[in-house]
Write a protein that binds this ligand. Structure first.
Ligand SMILES: [Fe+2]
Length: 370
């Protein structure tokens, strides 16, 4: 299915992109689910939503419905699928004393053990202890909770731990953030095309007038750094924006945070911090077939940040996302035609895109992404 990975990696290092069918072929997406998403840490939600026993959060990992619950022993992750007819057990987020399937009321305790099956007295050969929810790894890293279907994968802390220190350097105190709002979204572009757009700011001056008025996106001042399992971009607030002299109307960028940070955590989580009062947003990017991505955004703010600031910054982020969506929707239309078969990246301005594509090729070849 794949070309020789060694040749592909060498081509990527020269700036030659993956061929268009990597972004349009359903067989590639299928392989990404098994080779990437079922072997990696998948973000499911903030730790603050799992603070009390019985709190639970659902999500997916490589197409598999998952649930993380807090029980008396800590966080526990499970495949969120009933052992009976494989109906999803828990929905959304919330608080529960038991995990009960809404189809035939098979009921599991918070440790995942099957405790009650209606009419099971008439079924003496059914041993409830043989049918617990399937356990998976769940791990909190700072305020973020992840699951992994791969028992062998390195811990989330080993993969991403240092990103917490970089975030702390921005002036945002992770342990004080409060979840402000959350929304699900869908876009008609391949998940990799969307993340490759996230991973460079070469397009910022062209396509993001507001963003570029707030943040110094000039290549000498905007930094790009690959750290292995995660990568980071950073830029400073523009003095003109701070003085209210930007050519475009902006949100109030004054505040303790003077640096923006944009982190990508392999394979599909991004974390954004913008100048102003303490803020952080996360996005998850999940393939929905080859030609669409479904995701979710969560916006967090520090304690005491005004609702006006929160509303303005959310609007700012939405404007940038709209501009990015127009770009990547167009890229997907270009990719769907298959011509030209390859693109050409700038190795100096787009090294994080190349780093990402190399991880993709390695993982898809059955090797470690790094
Ligand atoms: Fe962008």
């Amino acid at each position: 299915m794949l070309d020789d990975p060694t040749n592909l990696i060498a081509a990527l290092d020269r700036g030659e992109s993956l061929s268009a069918r990597w972004y349009t072929d359903p067989a590639i997406t299928e392989r990404e689910l098994t080779h990437i998403f079922r072997k990696s840490w998948n973000y499911v939600g903030p730790l603050s939503e799992l603070a009390q026993p019985g709190d639970y959060v659902t999500g997916t990992a490589g197409g598999v419905p998952v649930v993380v619950v807090r029980n008396e022993r800590g966080l526990a992750g499970f495949v969120n699928v009933c052992r009976h007819r494989r109906h999803e057990v828990m929905k959304g987020r919330g608080k529960a004393t038991m995990m009960q399937c809404g189809y035939h009321a098979w009921t599991y305790d918070l440790a995942g053990d099957l405790k009650r099956v209606p009419r099971s007295v008439a079924e003496p050969s059914l041993r409830l202890e043989d049918f617990p929810l399937l356990p998976i790894r769940a791990e909190a890293l700072g305020p973020f909770v992840f699951v992994n279907l791969d028992k062998e994968a390195p811990s989330a802390k080993d993969c991403y731990g240092p990103v917490l220190d970089i975030i702390a350097g921005s002036g945002v105190a992770l342990d004080t953030l409060e979840l402000h709002s959350r929304e699900d979204w869908r876009a008609p572009a391949n998940w990799k095309a969307m993340l490759e757009n996230y991973l460079e700011c070469y397009h910022c001056a062209v396509a993001h007038p507001g963003f570029s008025a707030a943040i110094d996106v000039r290549p000498d001042n905007y930094t790009l750094a690959a750290h292995g399992w995660f990568s980071s971009q950073s830029g400073s607030v523009r003095p003109a924006a701070l003085e209210g002299k930007a050519r475009i109307k902006l949100y109030d960028v004054s505040g303790a945070v003077t640096q923006s940070q944009y982190h990508f955590l392999w394979p599909n989580l991004t974390i954004n911090i913008n100048p102003g009062f303490p803020n952080l947003s996360v996005d998850v990017w999940i393939p929905d077939g080859p030609n669409a991505t479904k995701g979710s955004s969560e916006q967090f703010f520090g304690p005491g940040v005004s609702e006006d600031f929160a509303r303005d910054l959310v609007a700012f982020n939405e404007q940038v996302a709209r501009e990015d969506d127009a770009l990547t929707d167009s890229v997907q239309r270009g990719l769907l035609g298959g011509l030209p078969e390859h693109g050409r990246f700038l190795t100096s301005s787009e090294p994080l895109v190349i780093h990402f594509q190399k991880m993709i090729v390695n993982a898809m070849s059955g090797r470690s992404p790094l």
